[in-house]
Design a protein around this ligand. Structure first.
Ligand SMILES: Cc1cc2nc3c(=O)[nH]c(=O)nc-3n(C[C@H](O)[C@H](O)[C@H](O)COP(=O)(O)OP(=O)(O)OC[C@H]3O[C@@H](n4cnc5c(N)ncnc54)[C@H](O)[C@@H]3O)c2cc1C
Length: 494
């Protein structure tokens, strides 16, 4: 029985999960009810401007979020064909991080023919658009000001009870832990002891009105400016180019960033000043006038975000609860990071809907086996990228690094293209053959005892067969993993 879904957290994965589960499950469960419980009393305005990859945009289109976002007009974000990469030392362009594909039209959806590039948008606008999309679904409710404390698997085994800090409780048949890198769902219920770890990097970011700057930008929409002390992203985030979003990835020790997120006014002012000094000292010698001006402008309101990650491995699920997005696999952020959270939501919703007659744990196992390899690759790739671009370096190393960037980007092209073309809404999902014991006969009074029999089969269904090389490699890893997990089952390769 699956009717009430509880989601903890209204970030990208919580809202995507609500929309994806509503989309895939409502036709099967007409009285489906999804409730999101969010810690904050109102939608949070912090977080700066997010870069959305072509994958994220395609998902947002499918889930009705893009239409809502377009309602914001110029504030719906700026389309990015490519992030132009410059050397702060010479002022010369080094390379481009391309989002427009071979023909310059973006990465497409073969079925609809639509094409998507990247977009830079303020996080709050995206959240509001996602919330507007959830309202239209009719079976999603968001409850603000509810801090998850703990969860208890109820005696009858069919439901899980969630306890909040204010003493309130809620019960549901499925619990989705979408509460981010510090996830209490993970730490207090699904995988106690798996704590987030500081990565050694922090993001210092801020916005500034273009009217307060005297020099003209050296880029079209988005630029990354490499220096020996890290890199400074300078980008527009709205269509009228009235405001710049800027962020520097800096290497620093955990002790020195601990108090930098304090919001008390006098402390904020002090922090702002110290961050301005830091950014200024790193980029004031750039030969690019616009970089120099942004880095030293007194008008930028700087904030610091220490970056934590959730170490690979660990448990992602219990009987009726599963972690999605950063709660399961927070990693050093890159353009694709948010897309991984959305992929998680869509893939899991499809697997659960395909296996609606089986215990949730079966769907969780399938999901886990399909997702682990991709996530591990992404995690390691992100770490490598940050090490390469953002650790402090001497002049000779900086010179070498700049020369290597075009080769590295070329080298990554295949995996980036594969990532942009991967579609969780079409990816093949192994399905259990009809001979496998369904949920109805797995109840405690059932005589069959075990969930799986040695005659059961897993078949691949519901997916396109046009995987590229990269994905094929991942899929076969996943298939092998699946075989291991469900030992005794026969795998039918299609
Ligand atoms: C500084 C920074 C910049 C980034 N930039 C980019 C980028 O440009 N592009 C990109 O693709 N990705 C980027 N990322 C990564 C991306 O933001 C994350 O992968 C994504 O936000 C994950 O979404 P999530 O919903 O899993 O977690 P979150 O967005 O963290 O959402 C978690 C939600 O759960 C709520 N919550 C937490 N605890 C509780 C509780 N106990 N009870 C109830 N609710 C709770 C929180 O308030 C929050 O609303 C960036 C990350 C960081 C840190």
């Amino acid at each position: 029985m699956l009717r009430d879904i509880i989601i903890i957290g209204s970030g990208l994965s919580g809202l995507s999960a609500a929309l994806a589960f509503s989309h895939y499950l409502t036709p099967l469960i007409p009285d489906l009810r999804i409730t999101i419980f969010e810690l904050h009393p109102v939608p949070s305005t912090s977080g700066g401007a997010l870069s959305l990859s072509p994958v994220a945009l395609r998902h947002f289109d499918h889930l009705g979020i893009l239409d809502e976002l377009e309602e914001y007009g110029p504030e719906s974000g700026v389309d990015v064909d490519a992030v132009e990469i410059f050397s702060s030392r010479t002022g010369k362009p080094i390379s481009n991080l391309d989002f427009s594909g071979k023909q310059g039209l973006g990465y497409g959806d073969a079925e609809t023919g639509k094409r998507y590039r990247a977009r830079r948008v303020m996080r709050i606008n995206l959240s509001l658009a996602m919330m507007a999309a959830t309202e239209k679904r009719g079976n999603i409710k968001i409850v603000f000001g509810k801090k998850f404390l703990k969860a208890v698997q109820l005696e009858d085994e069919n439901r899980i009870e969630v306890h909040f800090q204010d003493g309130a409780r809620a019960t549901g048949h499925l619990l989705l832990g979408c509460d981010g890198v510090w996830s209490a769902t993970r730490r207090k219920f699904i995988d106690p002891g798996r704590d987030a770890k500081y990565t050694g990097f922090s993001l210092v970011q801020g916005t500034v009105k273009t009217t307060s700057l005297k020099v003209n930008p050296h880029f079209r929409n988005s630029s990354m400016n490499l220096s020996k002390n890290g890199s400074l992203l300078i980008t527009f985030h709205e269509k009228q180019h009235q405001e710049i979003f800027t962020s520097a990835m800096v290497e620093c020790r955990e002790e020195s960033v601990k108090d930098h997120t304090d919001m008390v006014k006098w402390k904020r002012d002090m922090i702002n000043d110290s961050l301005r000094n830091e950014i200024s000292s790193r980029f004031k010698d750039s030969v690019i006038p616009f970089v120099r001006e942004v880095a030293t402008s007194p008008e930028v309101d700087w904030m610091m975000y220490p970056i934590y990650q959730v170490p690979l491995g660990g448990n992602w699920y219990t009987k009726r609860a599963i972690l999605l997005g950063d709660a399961a696999h927070a990693m050093l952020p890159r353009d694709e990071s948010a897309a991984y959270a959305i992929d998680d939501a869509i893939l899991l919703a499809r697997i659960v809907s395909n296996h609606i007659d089986y215990p949730l744990e079966t769907s969780f196992q399938i999901y886990d086996s399909l997702r682990r390899t991709d996530i591990a690759h992404a995690f390691k790739d992100s770490a490598k990228l940050w090490q390469r671009r953002n650790t402090d370096a001497g002049p000779i190393e900086t010179w070498f690094r700049e020369r290597l960037v075009p080769f590295q980007i070329k080298h990554e092209l295949v995996s980036r293209k594969a990532a942009f073309e991967y579609d969780a809404s079409k990816a093949a999902i192994p399905s259990l053959s009809r001979s496998l014991t369904p949920l109805s006969s797995l109840r405690p009074d059932s005589k069959s005892g075990s969930s799986f029999s040695s005659h059961d089969t897993i078949t691949s269904s519901g997916g396109s067969s046009s995987h590229n090389g990269h994905l094929r490699t991942h899929s076969s890893c996943a298939q092998a993993e699946m075989t291991k997990l469900m030992s005794g089952l026969v795998v039918n390769e299609k």
